[in-house]
Write a protein that binds this ligand. Structure first.
Ligand SMILES: [Fe+2]
Length: 310
């Protein structure tokens, strides 16, 4: 039994040499600033937190359902006690260092802000040709409108053992695992939250094997293909950000994806339209040749397959 079963990813925590440049990128990317204090900026409570300082990946936050969960996790080896969160939204947390030394914060009781308005996008597609009957589609240009943070991907060595720690602590279950050579040589492990009968994203946390250690990317959901494409065009027109990979549709998770680097090479992904599974779906194992392919769009660039920010 895991110590707790987390319900979702809450945020990624980074450190950046300039809060202005960090906020500028994140605004172009489609986040909205919630608060800036003397030492941090938070676009919406904790989907993305930036501290001032040399570029570094600091850690991740995950939600749990109850304060009892926090009390249980506080007894895990290496866990610090229950703390009040002194950040927008408040709430309580337990922090624990993962096997790489990154700070994992498990959170409960954070106040949610009011929802922001998003573009409405009704399609006349496939069998539902009349959903927009008599109405014209007119889209406002601008950044994507990020709905939520969705998953985080770490590169590591010994991914199989590392992911086991995450499962034992936070209750992740395997959706897909990818091997190279012998079947027990797992090089990528796609994991989702275990919420029983409730359907969740195909993956919330992913570990994959590589020569570097650290954050490979943070990933954010947008509401539609149009929103993703408008965001792509907006970031391209900004003329100062490096495009990494996309647009395409993943095989594992099936998302339509688009990847961009912030000014310090930290990769941020937009996606829309994921597979959702509940705890009934058994784990799947497949070879690397199949597993990391796209359903359409290009394969990942070589540099991205070894990319990690410490
Ligand atoms: Fe991703």
């Amino acid at each position: 039994m895991p110590f707790v079963k987390v319900t979702d990813l809450a945020f990624g925590r980074l450190r950046s040499p300039s809060l202005d440049q960090a906020e500028e990128f994140l605004t172009h990317f489609g986040l909205v600033r919630t608060e800036r204090t003397t030492d941090r900026t938070d676009p919406t409570p904790h989907v993305h937190i930036t501290h001032l300082g040399p570029s570094k990946f600091l850690g991740l936050g995950f939600y749990v359902e109850s304060e009892d969960d926090l009390a249980r996790l506080a007894k895990a080896p290496g866990a610090r006690g229950i703390e009040n969160i002194d950040e927008p939204g408040g709430g309580k947390r337990v922090r624990i260092a993962d096997p790489h030394g990154y700070d994992i914060e498990v959170i409960h009781g954070q106040r949610a802000p009011a929802a922001l308005p998003v573009r409405k996008h009704v399609t006349n597609w496939g069998d539902e040709k009349l959903r927009r009957a008599g109405k014209l589609l007119r889209l406002d240009r601008g950044p994507s409108q990020v709905k939520r943070i969705a998953h985080a991907v770490l590169m590591t060595q010994g991914a199989k053992q590392k992911i086991q720690w995450y499962r034992d602590m936070f209750g992740f279950i395997a959706s897909d695992e990818v091997y190279a050579g012998p079947k027990d040589n797992i090089i990528a492990s796609f994991n989702r939250c275990d919420r029983g009968e409730t359907y969740v994203d195909h993956h919330t946390f992913l570990c994959f094997e590589g020569p570097n250690t650290g954050l490979n990317h943070l990933s954010f959901e947008v509401s539609s293909y149009d929103d993703l494409m408008l965001g792509h065009e907006h970031l391209k027109n900004a003329g100062k950000y490096e495009h990494v990979w996309g647009i395409g549709r993943h095989l594992l998770g099936s998302q339509i994806f688009d990847y961009w680097k912030d000014p310090w090479e930290r990769v941020h992904e937009h996606w829309t339209d994921t597979d959702v599974l509940n705890a009934r779906t058994p784990p799947n194992l497949l070879p690397v040749e199949e597993g990391l392919a796209s359903q359409w769009g290009s394969r990942p660039p070589e540099a991205f397959t070894i990319h990690a920010i410490p």
